[in-house]
Write a new protein. Structure first.
Length: 385
């Protein structure tokens, strides 16, 4: 069950619905982001901040809960459900687990795509101590009632166990994101173009501001090591150009090279990935950056195209990428490291001699069917415990 997409402000990719073979139930949910848009237009930014940080807790999706409860009540009149799996974020959805268990006696499992109290979002923009204490209490109660807890990587699992050691004994597992092999069927074969095509898919926001990448690229051009006419960077997704380009918006090198494109369907995104000469993965260093493992990196790996990973070298994302055979790493806190990695990939493209070789067997372990088998094992255990 999910919120009715018709009332949500986020970008929508309707092509993904064709991948779902079962019936999906949805219910009405207002989206408070429409109100935020109005308030921003009225220049009431402080009011938006107050609402977001003090009223709609733990996140704006909390307004969905009353409508979800009504929909659950109706759904359970006609369906026998033995176990519920709740994915977060949004973290407010986790409250439905305790609600369903209390009123209907149905057990629930939690699936963390990003951590809540220990998450990067809370580290980047910490709430007040009062809100932190309240969210810690909420999360502890929800975890205590869950049959099984899933995290998107093993480092998240380790951190969660350290935070709640008495609540997670024997009931936490790590299952990564992955890719669908079917998405890569009938994709046009890669062809080398007259410019090196560097592709980034997704959104850049908050701490994900890539000025250090633009600085490295600009320095290489100034030094004559990279020919500006031979490289382009194409960014696909919902992005604010002023934020993405930062202080390099007025830099002639970068403004001529970087192209920002609108949001694509998933299929279109896969096609752009597979056509790239290099795929940019960017994650800045900072608190909790060691847990970064973007969902896009699995499709990046499966494309078998070279990856420029400008990330925390000690992160779980780096650990996942190292065996794949197609990745060139750069420490996101080191300008010289980024310049070296960029120059390595540019030189390989320029000479048309790519030495990176994918490990097909390793990459295949992240195919979603294999990961779904692991999920089935966890759910079976939840039913048997």
């Amino acid at each position: 069950m999910c919120a009715d997409h018709r009332f949500l402000k986020q970008p929508k990719d309707y092509s993904l619905t064709s991948d779902i073979s079962c019936k999906v139930y949805s219910c009405f949910s207002p989206d408070i982001r429409w109100l935020y848009k109005l308030l921003w237009g009225l220049r009431l930014h402080k009011l938006v901040n107050i609402i977001n940080r003090s009223i709609v807790l733990p996140d704006p999706e909390v307004v969905f809960l009353p409508f979800a409860k009504l929909a659950i009540r109706k759904l359970l009149k006609t369906h026998k459900i033995d176990l519920v799996l709740i994915t977060a974020p949004p973290y407010s959805a986790l409250f439905l687990g305790a609600y369903i268990n209390k009123h209907y006696g149905i057990e629930y499992c939690i699936d963390y795509r990003d951590l809540w109290v220990l998450g990067v979002a809370r580290a980047d923009n910490p709430p007040s101590k009062k809100v932190q204490a309240m969210e810690y209490r909420w999360e502890a109660e929800i975890i205590a009632g869950a049959r099984q807890v899933l995290c998107v990587n093993n480092l998240m699992t380790t951190k969660l166990v350290a935070k709640y050691p008495n609540l997670l004994n024997g009931k936490v597992s790590g299952i990564t994101n992955g890719y669908d092999e079917a998405d890569f069927v009938d994709i046009p074969q890669y062809k080398r173009q007259t410019k090196m095509n560097v592709v980034f898919t997704g959104s850049l926001y908050d701490r994900f501001q890539p000025d250090i990448v633009w600085e490295a690229l600009s320095n290489l051009i100034d030094s004559g090591l990279v020919n500006r006419a031979e490289i382009s960077v194409n960014i696909y997704g919902k992005n604010n150009p002023a934020f993405v380009l930062g202080k390099y918006a007025i830099c002639e090198h970068i403004s001529q090279i970087v192209n920002i494109h609108p949001y694509l369907t998933h299929r279109q995104s896969i096609m752009r990935i597979c056509a790239a000469d290099a795929l940019l993965l960017f994650s800045p260093s900072g608190k909790h950056s060691d847990t970064d493992s973007h969902s896009k990196l699995f499709e990046y790996m499966r494309s078998y195209r070279p990856i420029l990973a400008v990330i925390n070298p000690d992160s779980i994302g780096a650990e996942i990428l190292k065996p794949c055979g197609t990745c060139v790493f750069a420490d996101s806190a080191s300008l010289s490291s980024i310049k070296d990695a960029l120059l390595h990939l540019y030189t390989a493209w320029q000479s048309n001699h790519q030495t990176l070789r994918p490990d097909y067997t390793y990459i295949a372990t992240f195919e979603r069917k294999a990961l779904t088998a692991k999920l089935a094992e966890v759910l079976d255990k939840a039913m048997m415990d």
